[in-house]
Design a protein around this ligand. Structure first.
Ligand code: SF4
Length: 464
């Protein structure tokens, strides 16, 4: 893959244009790109890719300065996308979109008077999103519409446990190795429980209600059963959706599952990522497919709703191996399945290595997952990340009426998140604006400066 050379006279938009050009990196073969635009009144652009030149124009954008900038960016990106797609002879599944949430565009379209039935058509016309992906967004919006009306005065409570037993090769989350930090576990749990109590007290004082609770990480199930009990005592779930991420099957025991049940957990994530033992060993997971099956059945016997995460595009895994995992997971019928596309995130082990990953293979994998799960599951949330292989997506499927409220309301930024723990990020959603507060990541600092930092977090949560 050669470097991308892009020249433009509209420097403000150069980073956005570069993001667009990167989507075509594997097809460009060193062709230079020039984008010359006049955006002073009506919008005009001339785009040259290699020897091919195309001209574009659009009427004068209307609105405040921010809106004008947004529409100008959209025009330039689409002009470049159309030129690159024509030069390279390919169309991309998500068209000119480079952002994380295609659903946000659908919601924006709604709020500007667009009709629910024409979302797919809008995405295809305005952004060149493929018909298939646009229809998926339309379905997701339909499923989510059930939840939009039931979030008034609601907030999500998030609890972060930043420890893992080793590191999966694709992961870039800042989690501490539980084996090197065992001395911090007990004090961390005690302080985290204290923080949860203070935050829950504040939620009540503010007259708000908890929509969902999510204990994530890291791997919260690396804590022993006693610590999990101490942590969960601080949470009165009151029957709301309560997820506990027991991501690694090797970290789960019957004793821990029994504690989760006792304290009101309703949903447990047991994530195999793949059911191919060779791949599991290659990506740094310490469990086998058999261990996953045992834990899955055990968790099922407690009556939890179960979520399983799968990743398409893992190092060295073939399309057929991926399909086998999908078939096996489908035969278990978990309430939720999330199919991720591998992302070469900075800081992960795989980002440093030259993996043999072919985008066409990944598209076959995600297409197969969609085909299998869309027969009796609903796609219900979707997001994209930077550095995703094949520029695809992560997509959550749910059995009807088993959608995870947390995934919808957090991902769509419909409700605030009151987050507790080192490395957690609280988000206040107020009148369309989002305000964030990041807690310190370092566990030692979290413990040593607990009171000061807690006060500053509570002050933030009271601000808006
Ligand atoms: S268990 Fe999850 S958080 Fe921990 S290293 Fe693996 S992917 Fe990352």
């Amino acid at each position: 893959m050669s470097d991308i050379i892009l020249n433009t006279n509209v420097q403000t938009f150069a980073p956005d244009l570069m993001d667009e050009a990167r989507l075509f990196a594997e097809y460009l073969n060193g062709a230079d790109i020039f984008v010359n635009a006049d955006i002073s009144d009506s919008l005009r652009a001339e785009v040259k890719v290699g020897n091919s030149v195309r001209s574009f124009q659009s009427s004068t954008p209307q609105g405040d300065a921010l809106e004008i900038k947004r529409l100008t960016k959209r025009f330039l990106k689409l002009a470049l996308y159309d030129s690159l797609a024509s030069y390279c002879g390919v169309g991309l599944p998500w068209g000119s979109l480079t952002g994380i949430r295609p659903t946000k565009l659908a919601y924006d379209y709604f709020s500007s008077g667009g009709s629910a039935d024409s979302i797919a058509e809008y995405l295809t016309n305005a952004f060149r999103v493929s018909e298939k992906k646009a229809n998926t967004i339309q379905k997701i919006i339909n499923v989510q519409s059930k939840y939009v009306h039931d979030i008034k005065n609601g907030v999500n409570l998030y609890v972060h446990v930043p420890f893992c037993d080793g590191r999966c090769y694709y992961c870039s989350f800042p989690s501490a190795d539980v084996n090197k930090n065992s001395a911090y576990l007990a004090p961390y749990v005690t302080k985290l429980a204290e923080e949860i109590r203070e935050v829950v007290k504040l939620i009540k004082e503010q007259g708000k209600r908890i929509l969902s609770i999510y204990v994530g990480g890291g791997t919260p199930s690396v804590l022993d059963a006693k610590m999990i009990a101490e942590l969960l005592t601080a949470i009165d779930s009151n029957g709301v959706e309560f997820t506990f991420e027991a991501g690694r099957p090797d970290s789960i025991t019957a004793e821990k599952l029994s504690v989760l049940k006792e304290y009101g957990v309703t949903r447990v994530c047991v994530n195999p990522q793949t059911l191919n033992n060779e791949t599991l060993a290659r990506i740094g997971r310490k469990h086998t497919a058999e261990m996953f099956y045992n834990v899955y059945e055990s968790a099922k016997s407690y009556g939890f709703d179960l979520n399983t995460d799968i990743i398409a595009g893992l190092d060295g895994e073939s399309v057929d191996e991926f399909k086998r995992t999908i078939d096996q997971i489908a035969s278990l019928r978990p309430e939720n399945v999330t199919v991720h596309t591998l992302s070469r995130k900075r800081g992960s082990v795989i980002a440093e290595n030259d993996l043999k990953i072919f985008c066409a293979d990944i598209a076959q994998m995600t297409d197969y997952a969609y085909e299998i799960f869309s027969s009796d599951y609903n796609p219900y949330y979707l997001y994209r990340q930077k550095y995703m292989v094949g520029n695809l997506e992560n997509i959550g499927f749910s059995l009807p009426c088993k959608e995870c409220v947390n995934n919808i309301t957090v991902m769509e930024e419909m409700a605030s998140v009151y987050a507790c723990g080192a490395g957690s990020i609280s988000k206040l959603v107020t009148n369309g604006a989002i305000h964030r507060h990041a807690s310190v990541k370092d566990v030692k600092l979290y413990l040593n400066e607990f009171d000061t930092r807690l006060n500053s977090k509570l002050a933030f949560l009271c601000e808006k």
